[in-house]
Design a protein around this ligand. Structure first.
Ligand code: PMP
Length: 401
């Protein structure tokens, strides 16, 4: 195996610490390790004296508000949003989709349809399922076949006059298949169907561009993007702002209120009730700045080369690959072995991979599989991690034989 070294690995103290304790991190699709630039920003924010945002006239308050709003501008730039009012800070992808499932509730009448793919993460299924149950809507599913593939080219055939919303991920956390959704979104727009992109995995491995995608909404999580936990982005197309109703009520989100009624603010503040995760938003901005400074072509080439090594090694061992992954992650099973047993034996050897159904239970029902072991890559991985994984896999298979 050709030795591929990550030029960014040394920037991640967590990787070093894990390695020093005999752990190999191949579970970045669950959450990513953090670069020093993010850790420095977090510490600096707390050390310089904290203040709440959007509330106070004092200098620390103004400084915190400025940094927070600069973070919003940077996030807008990173997503290529037309302006920073389109960016709502959330807790993460899950909260972003839950927010939408409430904020857009007024757009549906009983009998309307919501279209999802059959491989969506529970975060992009259950909030819509709940909305459908509350308002007597139909959930329609773009079917995944028994091999885990889906005919995106024909997805628009599932649109009809009752379809109001399409929610889909361009990169599944189980299948690792990349989907180019622009043509589908163009068809959706032509039929006034609202489009929601679950970008939780995609945003890490391809530069998201909401104008190019031409979606209505895009959500992602900082923690998978090498940033802190507890922060996410929700992008809302300017044309959709008027459709959205506030979902949480409280401090700093109203224009005006009396004891009996309240008038909410417009986006974004009308959707950020209460004190936000200020330190984490600011540290996420530092992470985005760091990400923007990287050579994206080099990052993608490195990740892809590692992916090929992983794919080749699994094929040589006749592992059963779930779906047809293109990038970043591979889910697989060893013939006749339960994925939980394999994940356990790998973890005993210090290999951090994830076994199970990866918050996609209906997909595994469809595939007729109890689950899968998922290996997922990030820019800090080296060939040495892949070699360690294969050594451990060979040993585990020997034990299980
Ligand atoms: N969607 C996808 C495709 C994911 O991979 C994940 C995280 N595994 C989520 C949504 C949920 O993200 P979070 O837990 O950060 O809210």
């Amino acid at each position: 195996m050709q030795q591929l070294h990550s030029p960014w690995r040394h920037l991640f103290p967590g990787i070093q610490q894990l390695n020093d304790t005999g752990q190999v991190w191949l579970d970045s699709a669950a959450t990513a390790q953090k670069p020093q630039a993010m850790l420095d920003a977090l510490l600096q924010y707390y050390q310089q004296g904290v203040a709440n945002v959007h509330r106070a006239q004092h200098q620390p308050g103004e400084r915190a508000t400025l940094a927070f709003e600069q973070a919003r501008q940077l996030a807008a730039h990173w997503l290529n949003a037309s302006n920073s009012d389109c960016i709502i800070f959330t807790k993460g992808t899950t909260e972003g989709i839950n927010l939408l499932s409430h904020a857009l509730a007024g757009q549906f009448n009983a009998g309307d349809e919501i279209l999802l793919s059959g491989y969506e993460h529970h975060a992009n299924l259950l909030p819509w399922q709940q909305l459908a149950q509350r308002q007597q809507l139909q959930l329609k599913i773009l079917p995944v076949d028994n091999h885990g593939t889906i005919e995106i080219a024909y997805a628009a055939d599932y649109f009809n006059s009752r379809t109001r919303l399409l929610a889909i991920s361009p990169l599944s956390n189980v299948l690792g298949q990349l989907h180019y959704l622009q043509p589908l979104f163009a068809q959706a727009r032509a039929q006034s169907i609202i489009t929601v992109v679950d970008g939780a995995q995609y945003a890490v491995h391809r530069q998201p561009d909401v104008q190019q995608l031409d979606c209505d909404f895009f959500v992602c999580s900082s923690h998978k993007l090498y940033g802190p936990d507890g922060v996410g982005l929700l992008y809302a197309h300017p044309k959709q702002h008027a459709l959205m109703q506030p979902w949480q009520w409280g401090g700093e989100m109203i224009e005006y209120c009396t004891y009996q009624s309240a008038q909410a603010r417009a986006l974004p503040l009308g959707f950020e009730a209460g004190t936000p995760s200020i330190a984490n938003v600011i540290a996420f901005a530092a992470t985005l700045e760091w990400l923007l400074s990287l050579d994206k072509t080099a990052v993608q080439a490195h990740e892809q080369a590692l992916f090929m090594q992983l794919q080749q090694g699994l094929a040589e061992r006749n592992m059963q690959i779930v779906g047809q992954p293109d990038t970043a992650l591979i889910s697989f099973n060893a013939p006749e072995v339960h994925p939980a047993d394999l994940a356990h034996l790998l973890s005993e050897q210090g290999i951090a991979v994830r076994g199970g159904q990866h918050c996609a239970m209906p997909l595994f029902q469809q595939l007729g599989l109890p689950g899968a072991v998922r290996v997922s890559l990030a820019l800090y991985n080296d060939s040495s991690d892949i070699q360690a994984f294969f050594q451990a896999l060979d040993k585990a298979l020997e034990i299980l034989a």
